[in-house]
Unconditional design. Structure first.
Length: 621
C-alpha cells in the first residue's frame, strides 16, 4: 500500500502526514517536492539518523496535500502541527500571545491593552512581555490624560457618563474638549509609547511643584508616585540602542539535554523585554530543524512582527517564512544573521542569555525530577511497597442525594498527571446515594475492561495499562467494596489503599492505617492526586446535572416532548440560544409551529425572570 502511494507521489509542493497503525498522525512535514521528500524516508538511513529511523518504524500509512507554493506549504504545516500535535514534531508549548497598546483610528480615539491586532488603521505599540506592568502604566497615563473608554454606542448617546462626573474623562461626547485638544493628548500618549517620555516627566514635575507651592501635599504625592512609576518603566527599558527601529533578536542555546530559544524584543530602540522558550522533544534533530520549528510556530502565531528579525543562524525555511510574513502584514519582513557591529554584539548578549536560561531550565527540571522521584520512593517506603509506584490511579464518587451519580479515574505516571488516561463513569446499576455499591461497579468495569483488552492484545487500549497503586477516595467502606471487585476480576495483587477525606490517613484492607508526615513531598503528591480525582468527578457530575435540569425545563413546556426538545437543541445548539431566541427564530426549528413558538418564548422568558429574581434575593445579605 505504501509502495503504491510512493510510486504515484507528485513532484509538487505540499504537506505530508505520517500515520501509525492506530491511524494517528505522528509526524507532519512540508516539502518543495513531495515525491523526493517523502520517498527519502523509506531509503536506507545513515547511522546517526536515530529520530528518522524511530519515526519510520511506526509509519503504517501516509497522506499528502498538494499546495501551490512553498509558502502555502509552510503555513499549512504549522496549522496541522497545532491540530494534531504529532509525537515526532518539535512542539513549541508556549502558545501565548503578547499584549499591545492600541490607539484606535476614530474621530475620538480610544487607548487600551489588547492581544489582537485589527488592521483597521489603528496604531499599535508593543509587544510587552509583562502585561501587569503594562496595565499599571496604562492606568497611570489614563489618570493623567483621561481619554474616553466608552463604546461607540455609549459615546453616541449624547450624555456624559460617570467617568466625566468624577473627572476621569474630558467628556468629548458632550463637547467637554475640542477635537484638536483631544488629538494632541492622544499624540502625547503615542509619544510616550514611542519611547519619548521626557515631555511627560517634565509636565508631572511641574504639576508636582505647583501643588507643593499651594500646600496641596496629597495632590503632589500623587504626581510624585506617577513619576516614580515612569522612572521604573524607564529603568526596565534603560538598554537603548543607537537606532530607533523595531526588531527582534533570536538566539538558541543547546546541549545534549535540550534547547532554549531566547528572544529580545526591541521597540523604538529600547529593549522592552525578553522571553525564554524551552524546546521539547528535540531528540536527534539538527540545529536547523529546532530553530526553524521555533521561528515558524512563534511568528506565524503572532499578531504583529517587526520588519527585521536578527537570528544567530540561517535555516532552510527563513526565506519562505519571510515571504509569508511580508505578504501577511503587507510590509517587508527580513531575517538577518549579523556578522559585525552593534547588532552582532547584541546577538552575542542574547546568546549568553539563552545559555544561562538553558542552565537554569535544566537545573529546575532536575530539581522537579528529584522531588518527584523522592516523593514516589518515600511513598513506597511509607506503604511498604516493593518499588516506587510508576502508575497511580485514584477513584472518586460524586452525586447529590444519589442523583446523577458519577465516578472519576485519574492517572498519575512518574508523579505527574497523565490526563489522556483519565476516565469517567456514569453509574448505571446503583439507585440512590450508595457510594459503596457505586465504587464496586466502577472498579468492576475498569478491571473487566482491562481483562478484555489484554485478552485481545490491545496494548494501547483505554484500560490495558495496569496501575502499581490504587487509591480509593473514601474510608474502609469504599475500600472494602473496591477490593472485592478487584478480587472478582483477578487483580487483588495490586496494592490498594483508602484515603480518609479529613484526616488524610491511608487505610489498608486489613484495617491498618498509615499517616504520612505533614509537609513531605509524598503527602503533597497524595493530596494532588486526591484533589484531581475530586475535581474531575465534580466537573462531570455538574455537566450531567446541568444537562438534566435544562432538559427538564424544556419538558415542562406544554407541547414539548422528547422529539421537539431534541429538535430545538439540535437547531439552536444550546439552551441559552433557545432562551434568547425570539418567536420568529423559534418557528424555524423543525416541528415548532408559530403558536408553540409563542408558548416556548413566554415560558422561557418567565423562567428567566424568575431565575433573575431568585439570584437577586440570594445575593442580598
Amino acid at each position: 500500500m505504501i509502495q503504491d502511494k510512493l510510486t504515484n507521489l507528485p513532484s509538487s509542493p505540499g504537506v505530508y502526514l505520517m500515520k501509525n497503525a492506530e491511524n494517528q498522525v505522528i509526524y507532519v512535514g512540508k516539502a518543495v517536492n513531495l515525491r523526493n521528500r517523502v520517498r527519502s524516508y523509506f531509503r536506507t538511513q545513515p547511522r546517526e539518523a536515530v529520530k528518522t529511523k524511530a519515526l519510520v518504524r511506526h509509519i503504517e500509512d501516509f497522506e499528502y496535500i498538494v499546495v501551490g507554493s512553498e509558502t502555502e506549504a509552510l503555513v499549512l504545516e504549522m496549522n496541522l502541527i497545532k491540530k494534531y500535535k504529532p509525537r515526532y514534531n518539535i512542539n513549541l508549548k508556549d502558545g501565548k500571545t503578547y499584549p499591545y497598546v492600541r490607539i484606535t483610528k476614530e474621530q475620538w480615539p480610544r487607548i487600551f491593552v489588547t492581544r489582537h491586532v485589527v488592521r483597521d488603521g489603528s496604531r499599535y505599540f508593543g509587544p510587552y512581555p509583562n502585561v501587569y506592568e503594562l496595565r499599571q502604566i496604562i492606568n497611570i497615563l489614563y489618570h493623567i490624560y483621561c481619554w474616553r473608554t466608552c463604546s461607540k454606542a455609549r459615546f453616541n448617546q449624547g450624555e456624559a457618563c460617570l467617568n466625566a462626573h468624577i473627572n476621569l474623562c474630558d467628556a468629548p461626547c458632550v463637547g467637554g474638549i475640542s477635537e484638536e485638544a483631544y488629538g494632541q493628548m492622544v499624540k502625547e500618549v503615542a509619544r510616550f509609547f514611542s519611547g519619548k517620555t521626557e515631555h511627560l516627566e517634565a509636565e508631572l514635575q511641574a504639576k508636582m511643584q505647583a501643588a507643593s507651592d499651594r500646600f496641596e501635599y496629597e495632590e503632589a504625592a500623587v504626581y510624585r508616585d506617577q513619576l516614580k512609576a515612569i522612572d521604573h518603566l524607564n529603568a526596565r527599558q534603560k538598554a537603548s540602542l543607537q537606532t530607533n527601529d523595531d526588531r527582534d533578536i533570536v538566539a538558541m542555546a543547546r546541549n545534549d539535554w535540550g534547547a532554549v530559544i531566547q528572544v529580545f524584543f526591541v521597540r523604538a530602540g529600547k529593549i522592552l523585554g525578553r522571553e525564554s522558550y524551552p524546546m521539547r522533544q528535540i531528540g536527534q534533530s539538527s540545529d536547523d530543524e529546532v530553530l526553524s520549528s521555533f521561528l515558524k510556530q512563534f511568528y506565524l502565531s503572532q499578531e504583529r512582527v517587526p520588519p527585521t528579525i536578527y537570528i544567530d543562524r540561517k535555516t532552510s525555511d527563513t526565506e519562505a517564512l519571510a515571504a509569508h510574513l511580508t505578504e501577511k502584514f503587507d510590509r517587508r519582513t527580513t531575517f538577518h544573521v549579523p556578522q559585525r557591529g552593534d547588532n552582532k554584539a547584541l546577538l552575542d548578549l542574547v546568546q549568553k542569555n539563552a545559555q544561562e536560561a538553558l542552565s537554569k531550565w535544566r537545573l529546575s527540571q532536575d530539581e522537579k525530577k528529584a522531588r518527584t522521584e523522592g516523593a514516589l520512593a518515600d511513598l513506597a517506603a511509607y506503604l511498604d511497597l516493593p518499588d516506587p509506584p510508576n502508575r497511580i490511579e485514584c477513584y472518586d464518587i460524586s452525586n447529590i442525594q444519589g442523583s446523577d451519580s458519577v465516578a472519576s479515574m485519574v492517572v498519575f505516571e512518574k508523579g505527574r498527571p497523565k490526563k489522556d488516561q483519565y476516565r469517567r463513569f456514569k453509574i448505571k446499576t446503583v439507585e440512590g446515594p450508595n457510594d459503596f455499591e457505586s465504587m464496586f461497579e466502577v472498579i468492576t468495569r475498569r478491571f473487566r475492561h482491562a481483562s478484555q483488552e489484554r485478552a485481545s492484545d490491545k496494548d494501547e487500549g483505554r484500560f490495558s495499562h495496569l496501575p502499581d497503586l490504587v487509591i480509593i477516595d473514601g474510608g474502609k467502606g469504599q475500600l472494602g467494596y473496591a477490593r472485592r471487585a478487584m478480587a472478582n476480576e483477578g487483580y487483588s495483587a495490586i496494592p490498594t489503599f483508602g484515603l480518609a477525606k479529613q484526616e488524610e490517613i491511608l487505610v489498608h484492607e486489613d484495617g491498618s492505617e498509615t499517616r504520612i508526615p505533614h509537609d513531605t513531598p509524598a503527602l503533597y503528591l497524595i493530596q494532588r492526586i486526591r484533589d484531581e480525582s475530586h475535581r474531575f468527578a465534580i466537573t462531570y457530575h455538574r455537566s450531567l446535572r446541568g444537562k438534566r435540569q435544562l432538559a427538564s425545563i424544556l419538558d415542562d413546556i406544554p407541547g414539548i416532548g422528547p422529539k421537539r426538545r431534541q429538535s430545538l437543541l439540535t437547531y439552536f445548539g444550546s439552551f441559552s440560544k433557545i432562551q434568547s431566541a425570539d418567536v420568529e427564530d423559534l418557528t424555524k426549528a423543525p416541528g415548532i409551529s408559530p403558536a408553540l413558538a409563542q408558548t416556548i418564548h413566554d415560558y422561557l422568558r418567565t423562567h428567566q425572570d424568575l431565575q433573575a429574581r431568585l439570584r437577586l434575593k440570594n445575593a442580598r445579605p
